[in-house]
Design a protein around this ligand. Structure first.
Ligand SMILES: CC(C)(COP(=O)(O)OP(=O)(O)OC[C@H]1O[C@@H](n2cnc3c(N)ncnc32)[C@H](O)[C@@H]1OP(=O)(O)O)[C@@H](O)C(=O)NCCC(=O)NCCS
Length: 154
C-alpha cells in the first residue's frame, strides 16, 4: 500500500471514491430532500482541489481512500473529505490517511487541526475522529439537525 499526494490527473478517481462512499453512508441519514447525488461534480471537486491538498491511499493499484489537508491560517489547518470505499472500510485506511495528514500538518508548522461538518448522525465518523484524539468543540445547526466541529492539538 502507499499514500501519495494527488495530482490534477487524479481528480476523476478522487471523485469516484468520494461519491461512492458518500452515497452509501449518507443516504441513510440525510433526508431525501437534502440528499445530493452525486455529492460533487467534476467542476466542484476541481475547485476544492485548488483550495487544499488531496492524498490518496492506494492498495494493489486501486485507490481505496482519499483525504485532504486545508491550511486555514496561522498554525491552523483542516482535515477534509476523508472517504474510504465501503468495501475497504474498517481496515485502518482512514486512520492511516488522517495520521499521514497530521504528520504533513506538523511539517508545515500547523499546531491545530479541525474537522468541520461532522453530521450528528454519522456515528461512524464521530467514533473515528474520537478514537484519533479529536474532540467536539462546536456544533452548528443545519436543516436536519446539526454538525459537530472537531479539533485536535498536534
Ligand atoms: C469515516 C471513515 C473515513 C473511516 O474510515 P475507515 O478506514 O473505515 O476507518 P478505520 O478502519 O481506520 O477505523 C478506525 C476506527 O474508527 C471507528 N469506526 C470506523 N468505522 C466505524 C463504523 N462503521 N462504526 C463505528 N465505528 C467506526 C472505530 O473506532 C475504528 O476502530 P476499530 O475498527 O478498531 O473499532 C469511513 O467510515 C468512511 O469513509 N465513511 C464515509 C465517509 C465519511 O463519513 N467520512 C467522514 C466525513 S466527516
Amino acid at each position: 500500500m502507499s499514500i501519495y499526494r494527488a495530482h490534477v490527473k487524479d481528480i476523476e478517481v478522487i471523485l469516484f471514491v468520494i461519491n461512492k462512499s458518500n452515497s452509501e453512508a449518507y443516504r441513510k441519514i440525510i433526508p431525501r430532500e437534502y440528499f445530493k447525488e452525486p455529492v460533487f461534480t467534476h467542476e466542484e471537486l476541481s475547485q476544492k482541489f485548488r483550495e487544499m491538498t488531496f492524498f490518496i491511499y492506494e492498495l494493489e493499484d486501486e485507490s481505496v481512500g482519499v483525504a485532504a489537508l486545508q491550511v486555514e491560517g496561522e498554525g491552523l489547518g483542516s482535515v477534509r473529505f476523508v472517504y474510504v470505499l465501503p468495501e475497504h472500510q474498517r481496515k485502518g485506511v482512514g486512520t492511516s490517511l488522517v495520521t499521514y495528514i497530521e504528520a504533513e500538518a506538523g511539517r508545515l508548522g500547523l499546531k491545530t487541526l479541525r474537522v468541520p461538518h461532522v453530521d450528528m448522525n454519522a456515528h461512524w465518523a464521530i467514533s473515528f475522529y474520537t478514537k484519533l484524539g479529536y474532540r467536539a468543540v462546536d456544533k452548528r445547526k443545519k436543516p436536519w439537525g446539526y454538525d459537530f466541529f472537531f479539533e485536535k492539538s498536534l
